[in-house]
Design a protein around this ligand. Structure first.
Ligand code: GLC
Length: 505
């Protein structure tokens, strides 16, 4: 908004109407706190203020109020696993003394780190300080891990939650929620023989922690929502975080990583619905976020799944963006028809592809920097939205953040609003229908008998969704076509397309 090319609160406030017209119920903002930006703000220096690059606390309060006025709730990102090295606690800890106990400071082993843990961003998970001790950071060296066995850490975050809830925030997204507790012995890790319990993932202590947070959320009226970023391979372990007195929902990364394949998707949907029903929690459906390769690009490849381990190997593999876009349109209708809540990552509604050719000098992600450029990291999905015009910055106001491609004129909001068949208008229409139709959102869902490579399911009140993942056209069921990801000609749904049909209208 202020022309520096970096998104800010004034910019979001000036686009609330866009979000309202899109039809979202809530916005989730990644960290907006004062930060040296070693990891795009996930290195927090002060959890109770706003970084000047984004605005002020008063502007944040105004944004929350203005969003409420147009029926949009606000979710903020809380980062409990680590602070920034610029946090006042860490500055004090560096000077020595008891503040070190709030982090993990340890002596090394013969000049080497205290244990063999590796940073998720590459390289060792330990950095040595001036007096030869080492501190733990599961992510970047600018993100020292907090010691959650320390009562002051717990008390501080209880207070941070209340700070934002008192300002009208409707929910919090909990960053790296399954990694926050550690085995205090910090044992060596043998990746070939995963220990149970794991020394830093999915530790039992987390459940008691989140029960406490739930009590805080429930002490507000209306109750505030807790949303976990929980990456766990085991769905049974995953939904333990969603038991009635813990978190409300968590991002469905199994679905996000699932390839564009009917059997795999069906298995994932069934598993999601069954495991969530067992704990009485709503399912979530996620196709993209700020940490993964955009799905238009993924779905245009031979290998359509996502996993962090393979991001580097799949980078710049050939992709057919027209095919990826067709599938992304169908996937949007699939997710918006399923029971539960849907997260739309900014730019997904414009069908933005991953930007894979960002120059090394422009890259920001610590993954790129810590891997000496071998892993491209996540910048390609974080490029600013194109609003209007025919050349960068496409109405974004400056080019200070990641550079936009030269060929996004067709993808701007302005172009897409004017094009009835655009991805943006598909999302707008589908979101409007989802709100208006009584059978969508929560509630039962039943598979129809269909070929293995077609997904067809019924929702209440005569609603059917059909997604054709086969290579041949399939018949659209009888009824009124509510919306389709591609034009329906002669009652036939082409490959890589989806349709919603109603027999009640
Ligand atoms: C989460 C965030 C990611 C961040 C990491 C460390 O995974 O989504 O963007 O880098 O946590 O805070």
């Amino acid at each position: 908004m202020n022309g520096d090319g970096i998104g800010d609160l004034a910019g979001i406030r000036s686009h609330l109407e866009y979000l309202h017209d899109l039809g979202v119920d809530a916005i989730w903002l990644s960290p907006w706190y004062p930060s040296p930006m070693a990891d795009a703000g996930y290195d927090v220096a002060d959890y109770r203020d706003i970084d000047p690059v984004f605005g002020t606390l008063a502007e944040a309060e105004a944004l929350i109020a203005e969003a409420h006025a147009v029926g949009i709730r606000t979710i903020v990102d809380i980062v409990p696993n680590h602070t920034s090295t610029a946090h006042v606690w860490f500055a004090e800890a560096l000077a020595g003394g008891p503040m070190r106990d709030r982090f993990y400071f340890r002596a090394g082993r013969d000049g080497r780190p205290p244990n063999n843990w590796e940073s998720i961003f590459g390289g060792p998970a330990w950095t040595q300080v001036a007096d030869d001790q080492w501190y733990l950071h599961l992510f970047d060296s600018g993100q020292p891990d907090l010691n959650w066995d320390h009562p002051a850490v717990r008390a501080e975050f209880d207070d941070i939650l209340r700070f934002w809830f008192d300002r009208g925030v409707d929910g919090i997204r909990i960053d790296s929620a399954a990694m926050v507790a550690k085995d205090p012995a910090l044992p060596d890790f043998d990746p070939l023989m995963p220990p149970d319990p794991h020394p830093w993932i999915d530790r039992e202590a987390l459940h008691e922690l989140y029960r406490g947070w739930r009590r805080i959320a429930d002490s507000y009226h209306p109750s505030r929502a807790l949303i976990g970023e929980v990456w766990l391979p085991d769905p049974q372990r995953f939904v333990r975080y969603l038991r009635p007195d813990e978190l409300h929902t968590a991002f469905n990364f199994d679905f996000l990583g699932c390839p564009w394949d009917a059997k795999a998707l069906r298995r994932c949907i069934d598993e999601t619905l069954t495991t969530h029903a067992a704990v009485g929690a709503p399912a979530t459906w996620v196709l993209s976020n700020h940490d993964v390769t955009r799905h238009v690009t993924r779905y245009g490849r031979t290998d359509t799944g996502f996993s962090h381990d393979l991001r580097q190997a799949r980078h710049q593999l050939p992709t057919d963006l027209a095919l990826g876009t067709r599938r992304a349109r169908a996937a949007a209708l699939l997710t918006l028809a399923l029971p539960g809540s849907v997260y739309v990552y900014q730019g997904e509604e414009l069908g933005l592809p991953e930007v894979e050719d960002i120059a090394a000098a422009d890259r920001q992600d610590p993954i790129f920097l810590r891997s000496a450029g071998t892993d491209p990291g996540r910048d390609g999905c974080r490029v600013p939205l194109p609003w209007s015009g025919s050349a960068p910055p496409y109405g974004f106001g400056g080019t200070g953040w990641l550079p936009q491609p030269d060929d996004w004129a067709e993808r701007t909001v302005a172009t897409q609003i004017a094009d009835d068949q655009s991805m943006l208008n598909l999302y707008r229409r589908a979101l409007r229908l989802r709100r208006a139709l009584p059978g969508l959102g929560d509630g039962p869902s039943e598979w129809q008998d269909s070929a293995d490579d077609v997904l067809a399911f019924d929702r209440p009140h005569g609603f059917t969704c059909v997604v054709n993942l086969s290579a041949r056209p399939v018949a659209v069921p009888a009824g009124t076509v509510l919306i389709a990801s591609t034009p329906i000609i002669d009652g036939v749904l082409p490959p890589d397309a989806a349709v919603w049909v109603s027999t009640a209208l």
